[in-house]
Each structure stands twice: as structure tokens, then as C-alpha cells.
Design a binder for this molecule. Structure first.
Ligand code: ATP
Ligand code: MG
Length: 424
């Protein structure tokens, strides 16, 4: 759902005072449910606003949210989400067991540096802190912007490989695919009834993706996929979703769906939590062409790439004619994204990287970035190669994850059917 409310500075977690397109049957319950998290234990939602004293998540980035690519950051509500993320970080450290994470990716290609610094590193960090983790491989959503899901099995297995390589532990978390969990998909039907076509139409990320899509006509699946994503998140009652900034409007829709479902069918109790987005310090890493790094835009440095390919790709990255290198995301997005990349790899501020380069120009910048990326990814790439030798293990991870996810989804669907009075 388009995060309109965010443009007025409303932080995530604070009531949306705008008139709702579909009035809920028991709207007086709205405020009560805003601070509930359903059956799963959730964050301390009494902290519903942002901690405005916080400068944002992550140690190194100054203002990565200000990169200009795709919908404006104001439209997406990035600054409010960053402030909320800082508050959440404190709550997670206090009590990680109160959170359940749902996160995931489309199997449209290999994962890239945008994934790694945008969400993957956060996933592993949360897992290691003791947060329960569900990782969805969104295979149905491959078809949102293309006619055929090419090489699906290969892409799915490669995603599992990427997860294992960065440190996702299948013994502690659940890695699963959309298509193997029918009850999850069934949740989409009641959820679709809770949103209006006008709301779907306003979603800035869907608009951006339609603009980059390979299809001449917009499919129903593309149009409604944020609702599908609400089902992905709510089937396991996740209350925390580590995402890149493009996902913020979808998270807002998920919160709306949860709230409306609870209002309409909850009979005074919250069936679903209202999950929070957790932004990393790199919520929008740019690709070699200066737009959002994406699997399907041919502008990505993948985790699986070797050192030479990485060097070649970074050498071809877009920069600007200014020889003196400075970190200024608003006016120099491409140069700043490269600086941020080196900074994230080396765990130091991007301004410091810029100062080291000074007037040495874009070639020097790219050399530093290439070395930093290759050094940072070397152990991940080594682990990836190791895991790649055992395809049977990858399939076993999926089989076990699918089984666990089915159990959770069946239980939630049973609860939904009871709430909706449709158990016969
Ligand atoms: P596709 O081009 O197929 O849509 P993608 O590269 O956009 O692929 P997704 O699978 O759509 O990747 O995104 C998975 C997760 O990774 C989401 O949380 C998304 O916000 C995050 N993500 C993707 N690209 C970036 C990026 N460039 N910077 C930060 N986060 C990103
Ligand atoms: Mg995407």
C-alpha cells in the first residue's frame, strides 16, 4: 500500500488517521489493536513512535536513504522508518525472543550486494541474536513482471546457496517456497477483500516496478502482489521485516490488512500483529547504472561473481565528471553509493573513504571499491562454493523448511477460518 501517510512525517507504528477506504465493521477497536501483536509475542509496542534522537540504524552510513532512484524517499517514508528502526534495534537487543522475522526474495537470479547490505546481513545478525526467522523464496512472485518463470528450480537452489553462504542457519530458521505452502496463498483471498483498487493503484513501488517491467500489460498478479506479500508476512505472524526501502509501502499495506482483519473479524482480539520494517544502513544500494541494484536490471554485482567479474562490473559503474570525490547522496548518488559500498565492506564512514581518495578521481574510487568488495565477499564466496557441491543438501533444507512452514500456515488458516465463521 502506498505509504501516503509517511509524507506527513507519520512514523511507522503510529495510527493512520486518514479515512480508510473500506470502513471496518468495528472501527472503535482500531486503537486497541494498534498495540497488540496477536498470538506471537511481539515488540514492546508501547514504544510506538520513533526515537528522533537516533541517527539511524547501522554505524557507517550517513544518509543512505537520500539516494535518488525510483520513487522519492519522502513518498516511501524512509526517514520515519529509519527512526523507527533505531528504536526497534534497542528493543531487539533487550529481548530478541519477542520478535519473529519474515523476510525473503524472488528467485529471479543470484542475490547481490544490495541484498547483502540491504537485508541479508541484518537477517544473519538477528538470527544470531536469537530472533526466530522465516525466509521465503517468493516463487509465485517471479511471474509478476514476466510471462514465464525461467530456470526456476535453478534460481531457487541458488538462493538457498546464497543464504547458507552468508550464514543463514536452516536449523534455527525456516527457508521455504511460496508454492509449497497452499494455506499461505489462501490467506490472500480474504486479504484482497480488505483493500481497495484505489489503494493498490497508489503504491509507488508497484508503479516503479511496472515502469521497469518486461511486460506491455500489467498482470493482476503484479497489481496485487503487495497483498500476497501481506499473506507471506502474516501467515507466520511475523512482527519484524528486515527490508530495503522499496518495500516500505508494502509493509504499510501489510499493517493495514492486519489492522482491518482484526477490526472486522477479531471479536476483540488481534488475530494478526502489525509488523514493523527494519531498515539497514544501506536501504537502497545503487547498481552500476545508477538505479536501484536489482537482479532483473542487469546492473548488479552478485555474491556469486568472482573477483575478476566484480572488478569488471565496478569498472563500468556510472559516476560523474567531478574529479574530487565527496560523499553527498543527494547530489552525487552514484559516487556516494560506491563510497557507501566500500564503507560498508570496511566498516568505516563513507566520508572517510572519500577523504582518502580526495582528487584522485573515479578510477581510484573504483579501485578501492573493488578491493573492498572482493575482500569482504571472499569468505562468503568460499562457503558458497563449498555448499554448491552438495545439491541434495540444498533440496533437503527446502523440504524441511516447506514442511515447517506448512504446519504454521495451516494453523493460521484454521484460526482465520474460525474468525471468519467459515469452518464447516
Ligand atoms: P528483482 O529485480 O527480481 O525484483 P531485486 O534485486 O529487487 O530483484 P527482490 O527479491 O525484489 O530483489 O528483493 C528482496 C529484498 O532485498 C527486499 O527486501 C528488497 O528491499 C531488498 N533489496 C533488493 N535490492 C536492494 C538494493 N539495491 N538495496 C537495498 N535492498 C535491496
Ligand atoms: Mg525487487
Amino acid at each position: 500500500m502506498r505509504n501516503r501517510a509517511a509524507s506527513d512525517g507519520r512514523p511507522l507504528g503510529v495510527p493512520w488517521s486518514r479515512a480508510r477506504a473500506i470502513p471496518a465493521a468495528r472501527s472503535t477497536h482500531q486503537e486497541t489493536f494498534l498495540n497488540t501483536t496477536g498470538q506471537t509475542t511481539g515488540p514492546d509496542t508501547s514504544v510506538s513512535g520513533p526515537d528522533t534522537s537516533a541517527s539511524g540504524p547501522g554505524p557507517s552510513a550517513s544518509d543512505p536513504g537520500a539516494f535518488a532512484s525510483g520513487p522519492s524517499t519522502d513518498t516511501l517514508g524512509v526517514s520515519a522508518a529509519r527512526a523507527r528502526s533505531a528504536t526497534l534495534e534497542k528493543l531487539i537487543l533487550e529481548n530478541p525472543g519477542r520478535f519473529r522475522v519474515l523476510t525473503g526474495d524472488r528467485p529471479t537470479g543470484r542475490l547481490h550486494l544490495g541484498h547483502y547490505f540491504g537485508t541479508l546481513r541484518n537477517r544473519v545478525r538477528l538470527q544470531n541474536l536469537g530472533v526466530e526467522m522465516f525466509v521465503i523464496i517468493a516463487d509465485y512472485q517471479v511471474l509478476t513482471d514476466r510471462d514465464v518463470a525461467d530456470n526456476l528450480t535453478e534460481h531457487v537452489e541458488e538462493l538457498v546457496l546464497d543464504y547458507l553462504a552468508v550464514g543463514v542457519d536452516p536449523a534455527r530458521g525456516t527457508i521455504f517456497t511460496h508454492s509449497a505452502v497452499p494455506a499461505l496463498n489462501q490467506l490472500m483471498l480474504p486479504f484482497l477483500s480488505l483493500v481497495s483498487v484505489a489503494e493498490l493503484n497508489r503504491n509507488p513501488t508497484v508503479k516503479d516496478e511496472i515502469a521497469h517491467s518486461r511486460q506491455s500489460a500489467v498482470s493482476g498478479l503484479m497489481f496485487t502482489y503487495p497483498v500476497h506479500q501481506a499473506a507471506d508476512i502474516l501467515f507466520c505472524k511475523a512482527n519484524l521485516v528486515p527490508v530495503g526501502q522499496d518495500q516500505l509501502p508494502h509493509l504499510e499495506l501489510t499493517r493495514t490488512v492486519a489492522r482491518r482483519f482484526n477490526d472486522r473479524y477479531g471479536s476483540g482480539t488481534a488475530v494478526f500483529p502489525q509488523p514493523d520494517a527494519l531498515l539497514s544502513s544501506a536501504p537502497l544500494l545503487l547498481g552500476t547504472d545508477g538505479t536501484k541494484m536489482s537482479k532483473s536490471r542487469g546492473n548488479a554485482v552478485t555474491l556469486a561473481a568472482d573477483a575478476d567479474e566484480t572488478a569488471r562490473l565496478i569498472k563500468g559503474a556510472k559516476t560523474d565528471p567531478e574529479r574530487h570525490i565527496t560523499y553527498d547522496p543527494a547530489t552525487r548518488p552514484e559516487v556516494s553509493s560506491l563510497l557507501l559500498l566500500a564503507a560498508l565492506c570496511q566498516d568505516r564512514p563513507p566520508q572517510e573513504v572519500a577523504a582518502d581518495i580526495g582528487s584522485a578521481g573515479a578510477a581510484a574510487l573504483k579501485k578501492i571499491v573493488t578491493e573492498a568488495v572482493n575482500e569482504c565477499l571472499a569468505p562468503i564466496r568460499a562457503r558458497r562454493a563449498e555448499y554448491a557441491r552438495d545439491r541434495a543438501y540444498l533440496r533437503q533444507v527446502l523440504r524441511e523448511g516447506n514442511e515447517r512452514a506448512r504446519g504454521v500456515a495451516d494453523a493460521t488458516l484454521a484460526e482465520v477460518r474460525t474468525a471468519m465463521n467459515s469452518r464447516y
